[in-house]
Design a protein around this ligand. Sequence first.
Ligand SMILES: Cc1cc2nc3c(=O)[nH]c(=O)nc-3n(C[C@H](O)[C@H](O)[C@H](O)COP(=O)(O)OP(=O)(O)OC[C@H]3O[C@@H](n4cnc5c(N)ncnc54)[C@H](O)[C@@H]3O)c2cc1C
Length: 388
Amino acid sequence: MTTSHWLRPHAFKTPDIIADIVIVGGGYVGLSTAYWISESRPDLKIVILDRSHLGAGASGRNAGFLTMGSATFYKKLNKEWGKERALSLLNFGKESLSLVHQHILQSSPEIKFEKSSSLTLFQTPENRTAWDDPSFNPSDFNFIWKNEVELSPGLRGKFHGAFENGPEYKINPIQLLNSLKAKLEARKIQIIENLAAFEITADGVSTEYNTIKCKQVVLAINGYFPQFHPAFKELIKPCRAQMMAVELEEDIDSNFLHYDSPEKVYWRKSFDKILLIGGKRTLDEAGEVGDFEKISAKIQAGLESYLKDLLKLNYKVIHRWSGTMGFTGHELPIITKAEAPMDTYVIGGFSGHGMGFGFRSAKEVADLVLGTIQKSFFDNFKAIKIKL
Ligand SMILES: Cc1cc2nc3c(=O)[nH]c(=O)nc-3n(C[C@H](O)[C@H](O)[C@H](O)COP(=O)(O)OP(=O)(O)OC[C@H]3O[C@@H](n4cnc5c(N)ncnc54)[C@H](O)[C@@H]3O)c2cc1C
């Protein structure tokens, strides 16, 4: 993204900047990376660069599920990677949530968050039977089965049962980002918005107006990686995810974070009588590929039908929006050192789980940058080589 001479703000000055580390991408993961690096090395000069504004990407557009993911996600991991590795990811997610609580939530009274747990829902006994896999035992993962009678009254008659997992959190993602931003500013970390990184050179990061000289670079641009460099085209696929916020006429009595995997839908209540729902990508799989943030009638109608026909709710739509997720082939993030003209690290491709895994993952990339670890936790699943 560039700005023409005619639109360029005349007051916009970009003096040469010299930093130790430049982090490209001002989403939850970029900010969290700066947090962890500065936690260990407050002496380093860190600059965060965003081509738009903090939270412009998925981090400011998500459903605010701070979870380890659904039971269906772990069933898939168990099948592809075996029980031990699937369990190791669950523990990584647990640690991530506990670190967020310890480092951000409990010291940020301005953040509205709620301790909760997630339900992986099944509409019918047949859904559950079709889902079952003899090689996957949900109780090994501490997923607790709830029969219909054990579900909240608002879910009875609509769902046959659910697996519960927790403790997890519901958050307002913008408040989470703002709180991180305040902590970083207190540590004198420089945040530059409206400035895109174009290239990594032997000197640093080149932008439209200058080169930010540095010794190390972290790229944290999730779904936008393929725009930055063709090396990412086969590694991270940008996919649109659409959401809707509705005001309910009568409350639905279920305060969980809900996953309905066969429907590819996730939903939760926000404040009183506001319900957030997203998903239904399967209605237009091909149309939802790409990083153009728009809403479409087909997906939005699918979300509305879920609310009306399944949840039997009366509501008023108050907002519709979309965001870009970065999907990897194995649906786990890539955290690695890249071969590049400068010491460069990549963190991205969270495949819809960045709010849950992001904080602990950012610690992983920070440890790589600082040389306290040599390979990332995610290399245990798939080690990926990137040449820029
Ligand atoms: C609708 C929706 C709902 C979701 N719900 C959930 C959920 O409930 N729970 C969950 O765990 N996850 C959820 N996700 C996924 C989650 O939001 C992401 O995994 C997470 O936000 C990724 O954070 P990030 O910092 O890596 O990327 P982003 O937030 O996308 O940040 C990347 C940033 O990089 C900037 N950028 C891009 N290119 C450049 C460049 N060249 N130079 C400078 N800056 C650049 C962008 O402006 C952007 O701000 C959802 C995603 C969407 C879209």
